[in-house]
Write a protein that binds this ligand. Sequence first.
Ligand SMILES: [Zn+2]
Length: 101
Amino acid sequence: MTDFFGFDGIDEEEIRREKARARELRKTRWWQQKTSQGKCHYCGGTVSPKELTMDHLVPLARGGRSAKNNLVPSCKDCNNRKKSMMPLEWEEFLAGRKEAL
Ligand SMILES: [Zn+2]
């Protein structure tokens, strides 16, 4: 692992591997069942199963893995929101949602 490119200890090769694994998992029955309800893990909203994206609870860039317990279905809104927020903001957003429920 080199810091030559300024990566913060994140192995690019490993991330590529995890992404490939996520793609494989997306083809499985496990994922089909998880998305069959069309339910977003974050907001609980219902969309067409096709519109759900596979999201890593702990992002790969933060050491997350493409494991079943780290992959959740997310609607596009939540996915975009998550991308546009800092990790801490996102966590606060989720915490706020839980309190509201
Ligand atoms: Zn959502």
